[in-house]
Design a protein around this ligand. Structure first.
Ligand code: IMP
Ligand code: MG
Length: 177
């Protein structure tokens, strides 16, 4: 395939900011008096996570894990690997998992199991974009930015072949084959 992918705007920066602010307000309210550990799933979540935590006004900690299932392809392989696991103890802690986008749900669902085996006090999930119609497993999303159709997305930390993460808006990508 050597034709150029076509980008179309899905959500502009302003809309994303409003949504992040809404999520941050809800989360800060729910965690008042607690100190959640926000765990971002790299690499895709780093931009969303940075925006979200700066809009929050409760005490919090930040950690990252790196999982991988896509490689260079456009569809999940269905097999999730831990590339870089958690380095902090999570037993009896309140964990808020932060993910950029859910498609089949296999990645988040794998990570929620990984976390629960380590006996945290609570686990919640915050997701910016959800392709709800594509779930292959049940995904318990506690805080959701946008439900989106089954399209390939880039921008705002989300990549195609490691590119486009720096785009401040969110785009759908069309592949002409
Ligand atoms: P899932 O395991 O099928 O839910 O896929 C989740 C992971 O695949 C996310 O963490 C993303 O990194 C990646 N992903 C899913 N959909 C897209 C997309 O539309 N664009 C880029 N990456 C995506
Ligand atoms: Mg991701």
């Amino acid at each position: 395939m050597n034709s150029q992918p076509k980008l179309e705007i899905l959500f502009r920066r302003g809309e994303i900011e409003t949504t992040v602010k809404r999520l941050a307000t809800e989360i800060s309210r729910d965690y008042r008096g607690k100190q959640p550990i926000m765990v971002g799933i790299l690499k895709g979540s780093f931009v969303f996570m940075a925006d979200l935590m700066r809009a929050m006004d409760c005490s919090l900690e930040v950690e990252f894990v790196r999982l991988s299932s896509y490689g260079k392809r456009r569809e999940t392989s269905g097999r999730v690997r831990v590339v870089h696991g958690l380095r902090c103890p999570v037993k009896d802690k309140d964990i808020l998992v932060v993910e950029d986008i859910v498609d089949s749900g296999l990645t988040v669902s794998f990570f929620l199991d990984y976390l629960r085996r380590r006996n945290p006090a609570s686990v919640k999930l915050c997701v910016l974009l959800d392709k709800q119609a594509c779930h292959k497993v049940e995904v318990p999303i506690d805080y959701l930015g946008f439900t989106i159709p089954d399209r390939f997305i880039v921008g705002c930390g989300i990549d195609f072949g490691e590119k486009y993460r720096n785009l401040p808006d969110l785009y759908t990508m069309e592949f002409e084959e």
